[in-house]
Design a protein around this ligand. Structure first.
Ligand code: GTP
Ligand code: SPV
Ligand code: MN
Length: 601
């Protein structure tokens, strides 16, 4: 274990040095390694993971330079129950977050942290969320004893000396502490392939911009740049500074005339962001390119428009369901240099997962058990993931790393709704769009521990990721809209997941979602027709391009139906949901609810 040699700090920044010294004194690692972010370092990390039994090389003829990692079966997803927002005032965490007193949480974690890295290396990972030097980007320094987390951070963020150079002597960085909570207390103690702890805490201190994570090695719990920094901490910073940090993909659309629009879309975890971000339009002449697939930071440019960056450099995507049919661009991205987590291993040293295609006759499942299609259980975990460099995506847009960001024309909200919500609705205004985002609901997926399929409200797909009171977050959306005025993006509500009474998806989805994107594009230009309905604007008869698509008239009319009774039945639930935000619910949203009620009659 811990094969990597220590490295010297490439900074004299006193705040960084003090943070690392303090962490070292607390965690008591065997040694400390400052990560420099080089390719060589990445290879060393993979080698140490393989040598330590955490990872195994895949067949280089099939998946060059790629590894498979199988986690502890109890450490496979985000743990929302153990995720805390430790603001000074409980009220600032709001009704949708777990809150703990910051001093008490730090006391609890300090005890758990004491000596937690014994026998292990503490990696110091300076990282940038966003292109280095971009006015929209932000820097963090993370310490961790997980080489798996560091290797993933290498793919997902910009890591190393260049980040320290950009930070200079500034103390404006997010401080992240992470340990798997499995000290090797005596030299004789054997390590396990996936060290973790039954006790888990994913704690955030928004006022001091700190993250303290304990006990889990899983993505969203351990790659602190991602959900912890880029969403929970950043959402607070964004509120303070007047910008937006959102759980959104960013997509570049080009029409046959060569005109470009940029679209951001917020769907809850495992609800189609990666798929939409890489879609291949089925309508002739249209082009879609990827900027980002999970997180979007937007700031106002000097022209008053919202400019977005993807703060990440990789995709930590859901493997099951990804295939040449559903997402060819993702499959092409996955050819080499990938970390696969909790997928199945085929007998020829390749990976397989449910929904990839023909199952192998035999494989080793994600729990290292022999598996055949007759086993009667999935070979990969439903939240199995790939970590892939964004630059490998065949349709990555040339401007994906532009420090200035891209101007956003439209924002989409969406989720898994079997009923009530039509295929696409255009909001009547920014305020109405904010209302639609605030009442978003979706069936739960395997991305978080808990009951799958249960319908829950997930406003703006940020329920697990908003670092402060969601009532204040809604108000922030209203405020940002007032700042941007007529230059704000148009807002749309989409639903690819409406089902027939027999439980079949009515809309083909995936590549065919380009038809909806075309309508959205043309609505932004004012060239496509819409009809007013009580819930918003829907495509007028014939406005949605269905050329070449075989879909039954019945399915289509159901997809476009405004289910007045369904909406009316939902009004009390919406009212109850909004009431949970108490006095912090913006008056604008109560007014929108009343207006909806009146329009429904
Ligand atoms: P996170 O990485 O967890 O934030 O998720 P994500 O939003 O990027 O999810 P992703 O794109 O990986 O989608 C996950 C699941 O949604 C997979 O099972 C897909 O097959 C399914 N999915 C994506 N797009 C569509 C669609 O248009 N229609 C249907 N029916 N399913 C879809
Ligand atoms: C999600 O759950 O929304 C993800 C995966 O994108 S994780 O980074 O693990 O949170
Ligand atoms: Mn996500």
């Amino acid at each position: 274990m811990n094969a990597m040699p220590p490295m010297e700090a490439k900074t004299t920044n006193p705040a960084v040095l003090a943070f690392v010294e303090e962490a070292k004194a607390l965690f008591k690692p065997e040694n400390v390694r400052w990560c420099n972010g080089t390719k060589w370092e990445y290879q060393e990390l993979l080698k140490s993971l393989v040598d330590g039994g955490t990872a195994q090389w895949l067949n280089p003829a099939k998946r060059p330079n790629s590894v498979l990692v199988r986690s502890d079966p109890a450490d496979v997803a985000r743990v929302e129950d153990q995720t805390f927002i430790c603001s000074v005032s409980k009220d600032d965490a709001g009704p949708t977050n777990n809150w703990a007193d910051p001093a008490e949480m730090k006391a609890t974690l300090t005890q758990l942290y004491d000596g937690a890295m014994a026998g292990r290396t503490m990696y110091v990972v300076p990282y940038s969320m966003g292109p280095i030097g971009s006015p929209i980007a932000g820097i963090g320094v993370m310490v961790t004893d997980s080489a798996y987390a560091v290797a993933n951070m290498h793919i997902m963020t910009r890591v190393g000396d260049k980040v320290l150079a950009a930070l200079g002597n500034s103390s404006d960085f997010v401080r992240g502490r992470h340990t798997v909570g499995a000290p090797l207390s005596t030299p004789a103690m054997a390590d396990v392939p996936w060290p973790c702890n039954k006790t888990k805490y994913i704690s955030h201190f928004p006022e001091t911009r700190e993250i303290w994570s304990y006990g889990s090695g899983y993505g969203g719990n351990a790659l602190l740049g991602k959900k912890c920094h880029a969403l929970r901490i950043a959402s607070v910073k964004a509120r303070d500074e007047g910008w937006l940090a959102e759980h959104m993909l960013i997509l570049k659309l080009t029409n046959p005339e060569g005109n470009v629009k940029y679209v951001a879309a917020a769907f809850p975890s495992a609800c189609g962001k990666t798929n939409l971000a890489m879609l291949m339009p089925t309508i002739p002449g249209w082009k879609a390119e990827t900027i980002g697939d999970d997180i979007c930071w937007m700031k106002f440019g000097s022209d008053g428009r919202l400019y977005a960056i993807n703060p990440e450099t990789g995709f930590f995507g859901v493997a099951p369901g990804t295939s040449n049919d559903s997402n060819l661009n993702a499959m092409k991205t996955l050819h080499a240099n990938i970390i696969y987590s909790n997928v199945a291993l085929t007998d020829d040293g390749d990976v397989w997962w449910e929904g990839m295609g023909e199952p192998p006759a035999h494989a080793v499942d994600w729990m290292r058990r022999s598996w055949t299609p007759a086993s009667g259980r999935p070979a990969s975990h439903p939240n199995a993931r790939f970590t892939a460099p964004a630059a490998q995506c065949p349709v990555i847009a040339k401007e994906w790393e532009d420090p200035a960001g891209v101007p956003i024309d439209a924002i989409l909200f969406g989720g898994r709704r079997a009923t009530v919500v039509p295929l696409v609705t255009e909001a009547l205004s920014w305020r109405h769009g904010t209302f639609l985002g605030s009442i978003m609901a979706s069936e739960k997926t395997a991305a978080a521990a808990g009951q799958i399929g249960e319908l829950r409200r997930d406003p703006m797909a940020m329920l697990p990721f908003c670092g402060y009171h969601m009532g204040d977050y809604f108000q922030h959306w209203i405020n940002v809209g007032e700042t941007g005025g007529s230059k704000m993006p148009k807002i749309f509500y989409v639903n690819w997941f409406r089902k027939s009474p027999e439980g079949k998806f009515l809309w083909p989805g995936y590549a065919e979602n380009s038809r909806v994107l075309k309508w959205i594009f043309e609505r932004c230009d004012g060239t496509a027709d819409a009809v007013d309905t009580p819930i918003g604007k829907l495509p007028a008869q014939g406005a949605l391009d269905l050329n070449g698509l075989s879909i039954s008239a019945d399915a289509l009319s159901e997809l476009m139906r405004v289910d007045g009774d369904g909406w009316k039945a939902e009004l009390p639930l919406i009212r109850e949901h909004l009431a949970t935000f108490g006095a912090k619910l913006p008056a604008a949203l109560s007014e929108e609810l009343t207006a909806l009620e009146q329009r429904l009659g």
